[in-house]
Design a protein around this ligand. Sequence first.
Ligand code: HEC
Length: 253
Amino acid sequence: MKKTSTPNYVNLPSLALVIRCLFTGYLLTIGLGFFIAGGQVLLTHGMADGKVGLSVDDVVYSYYGNRNNSLLQAKLKGSMKDKAPPQVRTRLIKWAQNDAPEEQWETEIAPLFRHNCSQCHGVMPGLPDFNHYLDAKKVSGVNKGASVNALTRVSHIHIFSIGFIFFFMGIIFSLAVGIPRCIKIVCICLPFAALILDVLSWWLTKFHPNFAWLTIISGFSYCFVFMFMWCTSLYQMWISPRKKTYTSNEWQD
Ligand code: HEC
């Protein structure tokens, strides 16, 4: 293509090839990262409620937990249901609900595990060994969702890294042509607001499950804006310049 830009035309279609390559490399890389992050969310949080796909329940289980249900209880009502008669299951569940008191272990609880469960749990590697109190106690605890430690770690990583991603993406997108200024401002600012809301919503969901909706709404809104800015920027750098010359300076009001 013949060179058509002059230094005054500050917009995506008129950028020099070198800078378009730089922007494109960045966009393709974060695009890939975005794709992998999406897969990771589906694999971890998406499976939290035991079903494939992301739902509000997944978010609730991940952050709020499942307060009236221990793993032991869930299994005794689920895949381990046929392993013990009902009165044994009820007794074990009650023990778990009472916080797995150690004084009942030797006399009452250990024999139940031994008779019904130890032929597998204690033999098969990878399964909790129910000949030991601590293993039994571990699966008896209620599930309180994400810990404060885990949340703090994930929150600061998210805020810093996603903040950076949208900062550079916003710079690139700010050079787009033909997009009303108010829409541009919304696209550039909304991801930051949604990011803060997203992270905030994890903490709120830890205390009240209804806030899981906020996680879903804010998460989807910055995914949407991300895709819009990503596609528009790549299109304007590589397809638009072939059609006509754009003379605007997008960095001047
Ligand atoms: C025939 C073998 C067998 C017997 C008997 C058995 N289990 Fe299991 N258990 C398994 C297997 C295999 C898994 C892993 C698959 C799953 O989670 O369903 C498992 C998983 C579990 C888990 C989840 C462990 C984890 O860390 O995810 C719990 C809790 C559990 N069993 C409790 C029990 C209890 C309580 C009994 C006795 C009433 C029992 N099981 C009897 C084979 C057995």
